[in-house]
Design a protein around this ligand. Structure first.
Ligand SMILES: NC(=O)c1ccc[n+]([C@@H]2O[C@H](COP(=O)([O-])OP(=O)(O)OC[C@H]3O[C@@H](n4cnc5c(N)ncnc54)[C@H](O)[C@@H]3O)[C@@H](O)[C@H]2O)c1
Length: 383
C-alpha cells in the first residue's frame, strides 16, 4: 500500500489521500472543509449505479440528511434514506436485517451505493451491510464524529454486535471514498469532540515509531508539539489547524494498516492506551466515552513506562498536562471494581498466557515499544 507523503500541515482546501488497500482496491480519503459536497463528483468518478441509500442516526438525519442529499440531483440518482437507532443500538442484528431488507425492497444491485453518515457506530454498521449484501456494494463513508474521522471510518474494519458481545461479527471492507469534513463536527457535543482529541493524542505518541517503520513522513514538527501549543478548552471544529491534524492522524493509521494488515507487530502500536482503555470503558458500562477511556489508558501506559525506567517523568508530566488542559480523565474512577478490571484486561486480544503485549512509550514521546510483554499480575498491581 502506498500513502501519499506530506510535508506541511494544511488548513486550506480539501486534500485527497489516495491509497491501495491490501485487497487491491483503490480507496481515497478527502479531508477538508466542504469535503462532504464532493459526494456527487465521487459517485460519478466511481461510475456508481443510480441508487443511493444514506444511513444515519436520528440527530444526523434531522440536521444533515437534506443538506447532503440536496447535492445529488434527482435526474441522476434515486436517493433514499434510512434512520437507524442512536448509539451502539444501531449495530444490532435486528437493524442489520432491516437494512438488508430495505436494500432488497429497493432493488439495489452491486453498482449501487450505501453511504454512512454518522459516527463509528453507523460506519461500522453501514460498512458491514455494504460488504455483505450481494457480497459487496459500493460504500462511501461520511464520518461525523472526530473519533470516526481519525479512526473508526479509516482502516477497513466493519462490525456489528451480537447479544453476547461487542463487535463479534465483522468484515474487512474498504469504502471507495471517505469524506472527512470538519464542518460536520459543528453540531457534535463538546464531550464527543474532546473524546476524538484523545485518540489524536495517541497518534502523536506513536508518530516517530510509525515514521521509522513505514513510509509515513512526520513532517517538520512533531504532532505532539502542535497539539501542546494549540489544544485547549477553546479548540473547536473550526480551528484552521484541525484539517491538517486530522490528515496526519489518518496518514499514520493508513501507513500502519498498510504495513501490518493482520496485526502481527507494528499495528499493535495503534492500541497504545487501549488495553486499559477498553477494560475501563467496558467495566464503566460505557458511561465513559471511548476517548475518555483511552485518555486513562494513555496516562496508565506512561506511568508504567516511568516505573520501568523506559521514559522520564518529564514526559509523563507533559502528556498529563495536555490531557488535563482538555479536561480528559487520567485516573481510573474509584467506583470501578478492581477485580472486574483485571478480568476485562485478561480478555484483551493481546494477552498471551499470563502476559500481555503492552504498548509502552520509550526513550522519548513519539516512540513506543510494541513488543513489550507485561505480566498480567504487574498490570493488576498498578491499578
Ligand atoms: N471500525 C473501527 O476500526 C472502529 C474503531 C474505533 C471505534 N469503532 C466503533 O465506533 C463506535 C463509536 O464511534 P463514535 O465515538 O463515533 O460514537 P457514535 O457513533 O456512537 O456517536 C456518538 C453520538 O454522537 C452523535 N453524533 C454523531 N455525529 C454527530 C454530529 N456531527 N452532530 C451531532 N451528533 C452527532 C451520534 O448520534 C451518537 O449519539 C463504536 O461502536 C466502536 O466500536 C470502530
Amino acid at each position: 500500500m502506498s500513502v501519499i507523503k506530506h510535508k506541511s500541515r494544511h488548513s486550506g482546501p480539501v486534500v485527497t489521500i489516495s491509497w491501495n488497500t491490501q485487497l487491491d482496491v483503490r480507496s481515497r480519503v478527502d479531508v477538508g472543509v466542504g469535503a462532504r459536497r464532493r459526494l456527487p463528483a465521487i459517485l460519478g468518478q466511481m461510475g456508481a449505479g443510480k441508487k443511493v441509500l444514506m444511513i444515519a442516526q436520528p440527530y444526523m438525519a434531522a440536521h444533515w440528511f437534506s443538506e447532503i442529499m440536496s447535492t445529488l440531483t434527482s435526474d441522476e440518482y434515486q436517493v433514499s434514506t434510512l434512520e437507524v437507532p442512536d448509539g451502539e443500538a444501531c449495530k444490532s442484528t435486528e437493524t442489520l436485517l432491516r437494512v438488508w431488507e430495505d436494500l432488497q425492497d429497493r432493488g439495489f444491485d452491486r453498482k449501487d451505493t450505501v453511504v454512512a453518515l454518522g459516527g463509528g457506530a453507523v460506519s461500522d454498521l453501514a460498512g458491514f451491510v455494504a460488504s455483505t449484501y450481494l457480497r459487496g456494494l459500493n460504500f462511501v463513508s461520511i464520518p461525523t464524529t472526530l473519533l470516526a474521522q481519525v479512526d473508526a471510518a479509516i482502516g477497513g474494519k466493519t462490525a456489528i454486535n451480537l447479544p453476547s458481545g461487542k463487535n463479534l461479527a465483522g468484515t474487512f471492507y474498504f469504502p471507495k471514498a471517505v469524506l472527512v469534513d470538519p464542518e460536520i463536527l459543528s453540531t457534535l457535543a463538546p464531550r464527543q469532540f474532546v473524546s476524538g482529541l484523545s485518540e489524536m493524542i495517541k497518534y502523536a505518541l506513536i508518530e516517530e515509531t510509525v515514521g521509522l517503520n513505514t513510509g509515513y513522513d512526520p513532517g517538520p514538527k512533531p504532532l505532539l508539539d502542535l497539539m501542546e501549543k494549540n489544544f485547549n478548552s477553546a479548540f473547536a471544529y473550526d480551528n484552521p489547524l484541525l484539517p491538517g491534524l486530522i490528515s496526519s492522524c489518518i496518514k499514520i493509521k493508513l501507513s500502519v494498516v498498510g504495513k501490518d494488515p493482520q496485526e502481527l507487530g507494528l499495528r499493535r502500536c495503534l492500541n497504545l492506551g487501549h488495553t486499559i482503555g477498553h477494560a475501563v470503558e467496558n467495566v464503566s458500562q460505557y458511561k465513559l466515552t471511548h476517548g475518555e477511556a483511552v485518555s486513562i489508558g494513555l496516562a496508565f501506559a506512561l506511568r508504567a513506562s516511568v516505573l520501568k525506567k523506559k521514559i522520564d517523568k518529564e514526559s509523563l508530566k507533559r502528556v498529563e498536562a495536555l490531557l488535563k488542559k482538555l479536561g480528559l480523565p487520567m485516573a481510573i474512577p474509584d467506583d470501578l471494581p478492581k477485580d472486574k478490571l483485571v478480568k476485562a484486561i485478561g480478555f484483551d486480544k493481546k494477552r498471551q498466557g499470563k502476559s500481555l503485549k503492552f504498548i509502552l512509550p520509550h526513550t522519548r514521546l513519539g516512540l513506543v515499544d510494541f513488543e513489550a510483554n507485561m505480566p498480567l499480575s504487574e498490570v493488576a498491581d498498578m491499578l
